[in-house]
Write a protein that binds this ligand. Sequence first.
Ligand code: SF4
Length: 386
Amino acid sequence: MAISLPVCGINPEERIQGLSDAEISQRIIIAKEELGNDLLILGHHYQRNSIVKHADLLGDSFLLSEQAASADAKFVVFCGVHFMAESADILTSEEQHVILPNLRAGCSMADMANVADVQVCWDEIIDELGLGDPITRKDPTLPAPQGESYVIPVTYMNSSADLKAFVGEHGGIVCTSTNAAGVLKWAFERAGEDGKVLFFPDQHLGRNTGLAMGLSEDELCVWNPNQEDPDWEEIEQARIVLWHGYCSVHRRFTLDQISSMRNENEGAIIVVHPECRHEIVAAADAVGSTEFIRNYVADQPSGSVIGVGTEINMVKRLNEMYPNKTITCLDPLVCPCSTMYMIHPMYLLDVLERIIAGEIPNQVKVPAEISAKAKLSLDRMLSIRK
Ligand code: SF4
């Protein structure tokens, strides 16, 4: 059956249009064989099956960033979204080329925080509360000296390279959903007794992690860049200032969906991602990153009914992997992450065949100055396991 072009994305060349799914898959296999060890295909869990089957390594953003850092292939083709490819470029060598099959595959959450807005927030917090900027310290990676208090910036992996550079320059660190608690602990030690963490862009990951670490609701507040008069009393008593960002996929899950799941399936188990709202996390049996969810589902006994609060491609794959369990998405209408879905096999084939033809197509290249500063924040993260 001939495939039709996806709605979003740049059309690959005519030589690929009109091929059947099977022909595309076969040509990807041939191209992979031809490129051999020069090629590494990284695939995120949220990619569709027709991409995942060609990935050399499958993982979440933390695992894939580790893999990218240790890879020596000349071409790293990243089947994920733009910020992931940027991080891979920062962590690989000058001789390696990171390629995103569809350059339009971004992340709506990452787009919710930009350097200009974060800089305004940063300056206001420092001026208003009289806290230190770690940039003024000789070695900002050491714990804060007794009696000194700082603001420590922490950015989720799901952010642009220039924001990671801002964080690196100001003594901060990147986190993922796998290691957020360890990263926050690291940041609090460097903030000092009365210091704060500025966490962006995902308010939910920051809130869920902070509460799980024992902070109270009063020790968390949200910074909305569109709000004209920040509540300084609230900000002053907060330990974490959360950026007003969220994931449009994980924000869809509701308490009603969890109730329905439990009512219709006695003994149903609920596991969700920490990008979900806190009330969803609180009502679930378990919470964790995509890698955590994979392992959690694998560990449940045969016959289990498991409701999962994360992206649909991964949930469907888990259900296929474990036919002795019933694994469903909490939201029966949930659509896939629309930007992850922009990586169609046609685009993968297109970039592979262009590499063979001598091109370096769709390269994601972070400018050297930004890359060096962003690498500081990524290297700090890679030194922390959980
Ligand atoms: S699932 Fe959410 S956070 Fe992940 S890429 Fe899609 S929009 Fe971004």
